[in-house]
Design a protein around this ligand. Sequence first.
Ligand SMILES: Nc1nc2c(ncn2[C@@H]2O[C@H](COP(=O)(O)OP(=O)(O)O)[C@@H](O)[C@H]2O)c(=O)[nH]1
Ligand SMILES: [Mg+2]
Length: 288
Amino acid sequence: MRYAVLVTGPAGAGKSTFSTAFATHLRMARRTAHIVNLDPAATGDAFEYEPAIDIRELVTLEDVMSEMGMGPNGGLVYCFEYLLQNMDWLEDELGGYDEDYLIIDCPGQIELYTHHPFLPILARNLQRMGIRTCAAYLIDSQFMEDRYKFFSGVLSAMSAMVNLEIPWINIMSKMDLVSPSPSSEGASEPRNGRRTRKDISRYLDPDPLLLATARDGRVENGRFHELNRALVQLIEDHPLVSFLPLDLTSTESLEVVVSHIDFTMQYGEDEEPKEPNDLDGGDFPEVE
Ligand SMILES: Nc1nc2c(ncn2[C@@H]2O[C@H](COP(=O)(O)OP(=O)(O)O)[C@@H](O)[C@H]2O)c(=O)[nH]1
Ligand SMILES: [Mg+2]
C-alpha cells in the first residue's frame, strides 16, 4: 500500500518546513518517505534535501511568466492546469515508489483551496493510482494575534475541507512562537501579552464567541455585528474544524501530529487500527 499526505494551507504557513521535518522524522523511524514538491514557484533552496518528484521538472512559474507573458497568479493557475493535463507525467514519476510514504508539499495560493478544482482532481487521481491519501491543512499560529484573521483562516480551512472529499486534519503551525505563560495558567485572557493555555485552547478548538466579543475593549463595528453573528452560528452548527498544535522544536509534538496523520490514513493496514497518541494535543489540553 502506498500513502500520500497533501500538505496544504496558505502561503507562509510552514508547509515546506513541516514537510521536511516530517520526512526526516519518518526516515529516522526507518520508514521510507519522499517529498513531492508541487509548488512551481518554490525557490531552489526551499528544501533541505532534494524532492524525489518535483513539478519544476515539468513546468516552472518563471518559464511560464517569461514565455507566456503572464503575471504570478495567472502563471500559477496555468502551471496547475498544465499539471492536470499531464497527470501521466506524475503517474510515471510516482510509478517508481512502492510501499512508500509520499509527502506532497502543495503551493499556497488560497484560490487553489477554495475555488479551483486542482486539489480534488489531484486527490482523485492519487486514489485511482491506488494511493491512500489524506490532507493536512496548516495555518500559522500568528493568526491567533488577530481574531478576524484567525476566523478567516478557519473559514478557508472549512471551505477547503468540503471541497476535498478525503480524510483531513488541521494543524496550527509555529506553536514555538506562542508558548503559554506558566505563571498565569488557567486565566482566560492573555496577561502581559503572553498567552495562557486556556486562551490557546479557545483557538485550537475554535470558540465562535471569540468573534462575538470585542477585542481590546473596543466597541465592535455595528455594521459587521450581524455578519459576525451569522458566522458564529455557522461555526457553532458545523464544528468541523479543530487544530492540532505543532511545535517543531519539540520531537514529542511532531510525534503526536504524525500519529494523527497515520491514524487518519489507517497507516499499516495489517496492523490493528491505532488510537492516536495523546488526543488532547499534549501541551495544550482542552478545557471545559
Ligand atoms: N518559528 C517558526 N518559524 C517557522 C516554522 N515553520 C516555518 N517557519 C518559517 O516560516 C516561513 C515560511 O515557511 P515555509 O515552510 O516556507 O512556508 P510555506 O510557504 O507554507 O511552504 C519561513 O521563514 C520559515 O522559516 C516553525 O515551526 N516555527
Ligand atoms: Mg512552500
